[in-house]
Every structure is written in structure tokens, then in C-alpha cells.
Design a protein. Sequence first.
Length: 151
Amino acid sequence: MESEETEGRTLVQVISEKYSPENFPYCRGPGVGVVIRSSPQGSPVKDRLNLPSILVLDSCGITEAGDDEEVATFCAHVVELDLSYNQLKDWGEISKIVSNIPNLDFLNLSMNPLRGLSLEPGAAEAFSGLRRLVLNNTHVTWDVVHTLTRE
């Protein structure tokens, strides 16, 4: 698993792996199962996934967003995203993730190595829709926090 973390993975890869129907054994009982919804324009992978509106993707070795369109397709309905304990080191990549999730209300970036990274005001615009942002142990500067909280 350490090699995966050093190589880095995209948000899209992690979502595809974690929520793939192959990772869920067949169980009987109420509330268990994977719903397959297909649409003519949908992504073949997205059609096989049943993603919750709250995604917990902590400690997955994520270093970047992945394809913008796939992030938007997979996460259109996501309102909470936990990306704590990953390897996100670039505000540009984080901004790509946030800007492609229109309903995102909560983002946890705790324990990502964000020390010393500057944030361009243009990239900060993507964060304006967030109501809650967790930055515990990221060592971001107050300047970055100030840029993130401007409207």
C-alpha cells in the first residue's frame, strides 16, 4: 500500500475503486445492494456506481483530481467530501475538485501537506460555495485562510 501512496492516485481512481460493485459482496437484507442506473450519455463506470452524497475518501493516497468531466459526473450530487490524510499538495488540484462539485457544502482537508503553498485568488473562488472547511494540521498560513474566506 505504501507504493500506491508514493505514486499518487487521482480522486477519480479512488472513487472508481472504492465504490465499484465488485467490492461489495452480494448480501440479502433491507437497504443492501448496488443500484445500477444507466443513461444514454452517462459514463460506463458511473453507471455501475452508486455513490452516496457523503464521500469519505480519507487515507487513500490521493494527490490530484483526475479528469474534470469525470469528477463532475461522479460527484454531481456530493455535498460532503472527506479528503483527510491524503497527499494533496497543490491548491490548483484541490480547486479543480471543488469547482467540479457544485453542491459541495463541507470539505475536510485535514492532515494534507499544504504547508508553504500559496493560493491564487482566482483559485480561491471555487471555495466560495463551501460552508464548512476543515484544515486541521495542514499548516496553511493565515494569508491562505484569509484568501479562502474572502467573497
